[in-house]
Write a protein that binds this ligand. Sequence first.
Ligand SMILES: [Zn+2]
Ligand SMILES: [Zn+2]
Ligand SMILES: [Zn+2]
Length: 475
Amino acid sequence: MLENVEIRNTKEAGRGLYSTKNFETGMNILNSTPYVHTLALKYHGVRCAQCCVFKPKLLRCAGCKLQYYCSKDCQKSAWKIHKEECKMLKSEKSMPDDITLFLGRILIRVENEFGDSDEPNNKIDSFIHVLQLESHFDRLDPSQQEDLGIFLMKFNLYWKKPIPGSLRSSRKLLDLVAAIKNNQFAICDEESSICDIGSALYLNHSLINHSCKPNAFPVFNGTNLVIKALEKIAPGEEIKIAYTDTKAVIQDRRDYLNDIYRFVCQCQGCTNDDEVDRKKHLDKKGNVIRRSDAIWQSAETMVRDMEEFKKNKEWNLMKEAAQGWLARKFLPDENIFWIRLNEFAFDAGIETQEWSLCLETGASLIVNYKEIYGPMHPTLGIHLMKFAKILLHIEKPNEAEEYFRRAFAIMSLFYEPESAVRKQLLDLILQSYELAQVEEDKTGAEKKKADKADKNDGKPKLKNLFAELKANGQI
Ligand SMILES: [Zn+2]
Ligand SMILES: [Zn+2]
Ligand SMILES: [Zn+2]
């Protein structure tokens, strides 16, 4: 898949990846296994350390007794790196923290691949090798630089052996740690609803630059990361993904990108007066609200409170507070604070089973997500799926089916036929359809009794539904 893209120097962001062919929405651009990955400490002993799946019973490494795997195969795949790590872990009483384990695994690979040289001993299957990752160490604040130094001192207590020759100067090691921090991906589940499963480094993906108006989107398939085209891409176009949630307003996006990645975003979305972005700042009269305005401050307090409730899982309080704010309706639906409020209210509605709240806020989010992310974006697809599940739960199968189909139309572009999310959607479409049939039969039978008339609205039977999905390439 490396032939799909080529590495080039960009005008403003160092290296970048450029398309070498035409891509349609949903097509795979890049597909990579991690160079190194770790399972988050919180899932230790719960998920497999190699493929990260949940399994009630895991096999424990007989050596260190600290790593757990779902199968012999996973244990074998992990052994290439774990072999060295296992010796170090044996002298630890408990698991080291995530970043220590992560750096240790990188050093094991560096040791194996580079020995004492600055170049890898064998041909590599990525555009760059790990020592060519871009480091932003010089752009960090002095306190951040100091933190990295302290981390390395602690790391040495774990590592306990010589650092590989290619990294023996302390500056090189600091550069590597800074580069890792910059390029680590959080491993998410397929639906991107759980994003704290672990961390991974993908060398090719580290070359993909950011845009708040991206043309590509990362999707996880286990621990593999697949970059999908979000729109048509022509040869010669730069591939860009969003490093942050593009829903946020320009200033928040820029602050975040500068804090974490040390650059000021100059993308089209940030520099052109973008209509969608402009709407996020408007009040009900159509005036732009600013940070110093009282209304901005109330809205900010509202979001902070919601975040706090969510963090503490105080769902009932969150629901009541959200309902209170919604009733005040002091901002328009497209305003970013109102979008955030709708998201919190939607989540609180699900947790407290307040379905009317979910329907009201969920519908508003569908409109806004479509506007912000575009009509064929996985974020919209996932939201449509959640919305439809609620409709099915409250026994509105006809409407549920419609929303499941809309979700499927998007998700089938981005997920493989055998993916869990696609299988689940297909199953839910059929469930809704069948439930709708049962209800129709019930009401039909009642009506028949009443006026002895046979009503049939010509809805396609199950067989036709399959034929239809097949014709659309959806199964
Ligand atoms: Zn596994
Ligand atoms: Zn072990
Ligand atoms: Zn931007």
